[in-house]
Design a binder for this molecule. Structure first.
Ligand code: GRF
Length: 200
């Protein structure tokens, strides 16, 4: 093995964050597998183009959420994944998965948590009339969008924004923030105590 941190990415969609993670890989970490719950996720195609194994794990082929999560964990274990990155993975991980990779799962969320958790964060910020929103990289625990915050960056809401323009602006920030968080992890510079993730 190369000594680089072995990263596995879970996604359900287009994978622009995956692309940013792939583009920044090499010096500190490597992406060793990309897994999707959807066979048609374009993120899988991005992985293949980058020469990274792309695996579809079909939730319907498993008997319940626990079994599906065990299958996901098996794919990652087979490849000796040390850090799991959720990048637009649209399912809530089951407790058995979270325990298997405790404090080794990151997620990126398109808002400044704890503001606007959930699947509609960008629209919710707009509707609320927020002037500033942003992106958060956090550790994943058993509650949705809840674990210790690792990095956050603010993004302004411009007058005239719709969900699409605002999400694009947030994504541009996400694409810098996520690789940065993975590099910190790879460098062993993240310490987690209770709710606090400290960078040293
Ligand atoms: C991102 O906005 C991320 O914050 C959210 O899902 C979106 C994924 O986008 N969790 P992409 O598939 O990486 O383009």
């Amino acid at each position: 093995m190369s000594g680089l941190l072995r990263v596995g990415v879970l996604l359900s969609g287009g994978g622009t964050n995956l692309q940013a993670i792939l583009d920044a890989a090499g010096a500190e970490y490597e992406v060793v597998v990309v897994v999707s719950d959807r066979a048609d996720a374009f993120g899988l195609e991005r992985a293949r183009r980058a020469g990274v194994p792309a695996v579809h794990v079909d939730p319907r082929a498993h008997d319940g959420r626990g079994a599906f999560n065990e299958a996901l964990a098996d794919v990652l274990r087979e490849r000796h994944v040390e850090l799991v990155c959720l990048a637009g993975f649209m399912r809530i991980l089951a407790p058995n998965f979270v325990k298997a990779f405790e404090n080794r799962i990151l997620n990126i969320h398109p808002a400044l948590l704890p503001a606007f958790p959930g699947a509609h964060a960008v629209g919710d910020a707009l509707e609320w009339g927020a002037k500033v929103t942003g992106a958060t990289v956090h550790l994943v625990d058993e509650e949705v969008d809840h674990g210790p915050i690792l990095l956050q960056r603010a993004v302004p809401v411009e007058s005239g924004d719709d969900e699409e323009t605002l999400h694009e602006r947030i994504k541009a920030t996400e694409h810098e923030l996520y690789p940065e968080a993975i590099r910190l992890f790879a460098a062993g510079r993240v310490k987690i105590e209770g709710r606090r993730a400290t960078i040293f």
